[in-house]
Design a protein around this ligand. Structure first.
Ligand code: NCD
Length: 305
């Protein structure tokens, strides 16, 4: 499969075989194969929104396979402040690097960037739209834990309206034989076009506001932060802030073998006391960002085949 020069923008663009191929390459990288494969390659990491894990794991991924990176971590320090358009920034930076990872508050920013350059663009999150590399590391983590994605009951909890991670993840899961359980306040339900996408793919899902309605049936609970920065009206945020808190008492009422995932950062939706249980896998999940992003960088630059 040839990924050289491909953009990674949205799960909508993927075929199942392509997802599987990336996950297979990530396993190879994690086993220690492909060392130094990114030697001589340069990543531009352009982050116009806050990030810890995504930016640093892209940069670490590049360095660990022998490549280099430069980037913008603080938009205040770039010419965006002088009024430069995103398209001009991308056209310019394309001449300095082999691949660009971009995070931007506007939906469609990654696609717009890809339209003005030949070098591969990786969407590291565009507004509340998509976050495909997070999804690939989520799938990788699930496969690592369960051996397969098929047959699983997966709960998505929290901000299903604005959370880009659950938008990408639910689209990816539609390739597999899974049952989805959407758990959110009424205000933060999964947008109708994602729900329709799942229905069209024949994926069964239920919606509830109460985790205890479904908690015994779940193999995985994927918890998300309520995306405060995406609310137009902070009074609306106040209505739903703190809706869910997974602590030991709540965990005790869920399936004993449930695995708790979270893209992180968490605010207050998972209590620290959960971290040391066998159920918590969110830090392993975050660490899988390295091999998965190494595989993606290798594939789109043509350094890994
Ligand atoms: C997520 C994001 O940026 O969408 N974080 C991440 O990349 N791991 C989730 C979030 O910010 O809530």
């Amino acid at each position: 499969m040839n990924f050289k020069g491909k953009d990674i923008i949205s799960l909508r663009d993927f075929k199942k075989e392509e997802i599987e191929y990336i996950l297979q390459k990530a396993s190879e990288v994690k086993e220690g194969r492909h060392s130094n494969s990114l030697k001589g390659k340069v990543l531009a990491s352009l982050f116009f929104e806050p990030s810890t894990r995504t930016r640093l794991s892209f940069e670490a991924a590049m360095t660990l396979l022998g490549g280099n990176f430069f980037g913008i971590a603080d938009p205040q320090s770039s010419s965006t402040q002088k009024g430069e358009t995103l398209k001009d920034t991308i056209k310019t930076i394309s001449g300095y690097c082999d691949v660009i990872a971009i995070r931007h508050p506007f939906e469609g920013a990654a696609r717009a960037s890809a339209d003005v350059t030949e070098i591969p663009i990786i969407n590291a999150g565009d507004g509340s739209n998509q976050h495909p590399t997070q999804t690939l590391l989520d799938l990788y983590t699930i496969k690592e834990q369960f051996g397969s994605l098929d047959g699983l009951n997966i709960g998505l909890l929290g901000d299903l309206k604005y959370g880009r991670t659950v938008h990408s993840l639910s689209m990816a899961l539609s390739f597999y034989n899974v049952k989805l359980f959407m758990i959110s306040p009424e205000l933060l339900k999964m947008p109708i076009h994602y729900a329709q996408y799942l229905e069209n793919k024949g994926i069964k899902y239920t919606e509830t506001q109460n985790i205890f309605d479904v908690g015994q049936d779940l193999d995985i609970l994927y918890v998300t932060r309520i995306q405060r920065e995406r609310f137009g009206d902070l009074q609306e945020y106040e209505k739903v802030a703190g809706s869910y808190k997974i602590n030991l008492e709540v965990l005790d009422k869920l399936n004993k073998k449930i695995k708790i995932m979270h893209p992180l950062p968490r605010v207050d939706e998972i209590d620290d006391s959960v971290d040391k249980t066998d159920n918590a896998i969110y830090f392993e999940q975050a660490h899988n960002g390295i091999p998965v992003r190494q595989a993606i960088l290798g594939l789109v630059t043509g350094a890994i085949q």
